[in-house]
Design a binder for this molecule. Structure first.
Ligand code: ATP
Ligand code: MG
Length: 550
């Protein structure tokens, strides 16, 4: 079942696709593309576009291209290409043999540009950037024609050929479409189609000293690949007339419709690649895969699953309204996914030593517990128990408020899967801080065979001191202090306290199991860090439950 069927959702794009099918307009089926520029890592906003493009096609038995929009070699890099492929695959999508690059089409793009010149629809212009801006006009004033606008075709062809041959310096000339300098749509005021850029390209090397612009390239690639629905975000709405103009004026027999939808925005984070680059480059985060980043790599390292991200994308739907989605929804999706599949384990984040005074000091036993209360298939694990244990510091208080359900002097609690203990004495340091507890256990209260008749105050988690493994636990908060960080105040809005590290201790089976994701009981969902040894990242808290230190 697809995500869409699962949530019963539909949207205006899927409705359009279905109509096109019903009306017989798609004899070769649905073809979509996801066209990232390899100038950064993918983020959760891209996931929305990926789920949409791959989802729409897959639901109709169609196909999807992964096409790298690599027309700006200054900002692009092969390392981003590899990261993007990894992320799309990890999200669960398969482009099969439909991996393409805008640069694959450089020869065709060049030939179409020559056709436009021959037809009097493009010209070589020598205005520099500043002049071009001055000639362009404003939203309220029409632009002015470039002095080169009526350059003869033969001269344009010659100059364009020499641009291509590398005869001119960067910025000396551009190729422009000859449309309408008075158009109310600035995108149609003789937009640039090619610029000179003597920079090596990650795929084509030094072959091309000129590079086509995005607007010129994108529509032609869509047409050549037979894209039946070119889905893009709303900021391209004003570019649609140019998309259509290019395809109407070159000799291609396919003209995809461009359909716009709203970008995903998420509270307490940023999605623009420019700002994400700054977070990384200026060292505000540890890298693109920092678990606080909204990147796919960051979410993966944080412990998010592809299923949860796809579910999130299905739930937010596809509309034309710009909005910022609450982080709570993303967290809801990962909790729902992990709840049913993450093994349970015990970890103590802020350990307080407990000695069971009436338990054999050099003895011990092995208890057992299921990995999951409802999923028997996950099996169980062994749980060493001895006279020396750790409990969570916050699970003990000397002065319990009314109704306190944890441990306090003279009171009892059950150690999960083990025995009931009573706190008999409190050890303190010179400053009066509690450093350890002396407790006694009820030998006939073993979990599952309790005949003690004692009703403890509550149940707490614990880890055996001798066999427990010390680990680093990383807790994350939101990366920004405000729900809607903006570009200008960006650095002042960063939450500098968004990561906190603790030394904790986990039961041995957690590390021995080979699993990556766990629910540490009563504490939250965690994932073993993929890089740092013996480190767990908190994916998300358990809702409505106690969190240590909270
Ligand atoms: P930038 O932040 O530099 O503007 P971009 O969003 O243009 O980056 P691309 O690599 O060009 O990045 O994006 C690839 C595709 O993903 C585009 O089709 C784009 O519309 C879509 N996309 C990007 N951001 C979002 C978002 N926040 N929500 C939905 N789709 C998005
Ligand atoms: Mg873009």
């Amino acid at each position: 079942m697809t995500d869409q069927e699962k949530t019963g959702g539909t949207d205006f794009i899927r409705a359009r696709v279905r109509r096109d099918i019903d009306e017989g307009r798609l004899p070769h089926g649905v073809v979509t593309r996801f066209p990232p520029e390899p100038n950064g890592y993918l983020h959760i906003g891209h996931a929305k576009s990926i789920c949409l493009n791959f989802g729409v096609a897959a639901e109709q038995g169609g196909a999807t291209y992964l096409r790298f929009d690599d027309t700006n070699p200054l900002k692009e890099d092969d390392r981003y290409v590899e990261a993007i492929k990894q992320d799309v695959r990890w999200l669960g999508f398969d482009w099969g043999d439909r991996l393409t690059h805008a640069s694959d089409y450089f020869p065709q793009l060049y030939a179409f540009a020559q056709d436009l010149i021959r037809a009097g629809k493009a010209y070589v212009c020598s205005l520099d950037q500043e002049q071009m801006r001055a000639y362009r006009g404003t939203l309220t004033e029409p632009g002015r024609n470039s002095p080169d606008r009526n350059r003869p075709v033969a001269e344009n062809l010659d100059l364009f050929a020499r641009m291509r041959a590398g005869e001119f310096a960067d910025g000396a000339y551009v190729l422009r479409a000859r449309i309408d300098m008075a158009s109310p749509n600035i995108n149609l005021r003789d937009p640039v189609l090619y610029r000179i850029r003597k920079v090596a390209h990650q795929r084509t090397g030094d072959e091309w000293p000129i590079y086509p612009t995005y607007d010129y390239t994108h529509c032609i690639c869509d047409a050549l690949e037979g894209i039946t629905h070119s889905l893009c975000t709303l900021e391209f709405e004003d570019h649609r007339p140019l998309y259509d103009w290019v395809l109407d004026n070159i000799n291609v027999n396919f003209h995809p419709p461009q359909i716009e939808f709203s970008r995903l925005g998420l509270e307490y984070t940023v999605m623009s690649k420019r700002l994400l680059h700054r977070l990384v480059d200026d060292g505000h985060v540890a890298g693109w895969d920092d678990p606080r980043m909204p990147t796919i790599a960051g979410l993966r390292r944080r412990g998010y699953t592809p299923e949860a991200i796809r579910e999130f994308c299905a739930r937010i739907g596809v509309t034309k309204q710009d909005n910022r989605i609450e982080m709570d929804l993303l967290e809801f999706c990962i909790r729902a996914d992990l709840e049913s599949r993450a093994p349970r384990g015990m970890a103590v984040l802020d350990p307080l030593k407990v000695t069971i005074t009436n338990y054999p000091a050099h003895g011990g036993e092995t208890l057992s517990a299921a990995w999951h209360p409802k999923v028997a298939d996950l099996g169980g694990r062994e749980l060493p128990f001895s006279a020396s244990l750790y409990i969570e510091r916050d699970d003990f208080t000397e002065s319990p408020p009314k109704g306190y359900k944890r441990l306090s002097p003279g009171e009892t609690v059950r150690l999960r899967y083990a025995y009931i203990i009573r706190c008999d004495a409190v050890q303190k340091d010179a400053q009066g801080n509690v450093v350890a507890l002396e407790c006694s256990y009820l030998p006939d209260s073993r979990s599952g065979e309790d005949t003690s008749g004692v009703k403890p105050k509550g149940v707490i988690h614990w880890v055996d001191a001798g066999s427990g493994v010390p680990v680093t636990i990383r807790n994350f908060e939101r990366l920004f202090l405000v729900p809607d960080p903006d570009g200008d105040n960006f650095t002042r809005q960063i939450n500098t306290a968004s990561v906190a590290e603790h030394r904790g201790i986990v039961e041995p089976a957690v590390l021995a199991s080979g699993e990556a994701r766990f629910q540490f009981e009563r504490v939250g969902y965690f994932v073993k860090d993929s890089v740092l040894a013996e480190t767990f990242n908190r994916t998300v808290s358990l809702r409505d439950t106690y969190t240590p230190g909270a």
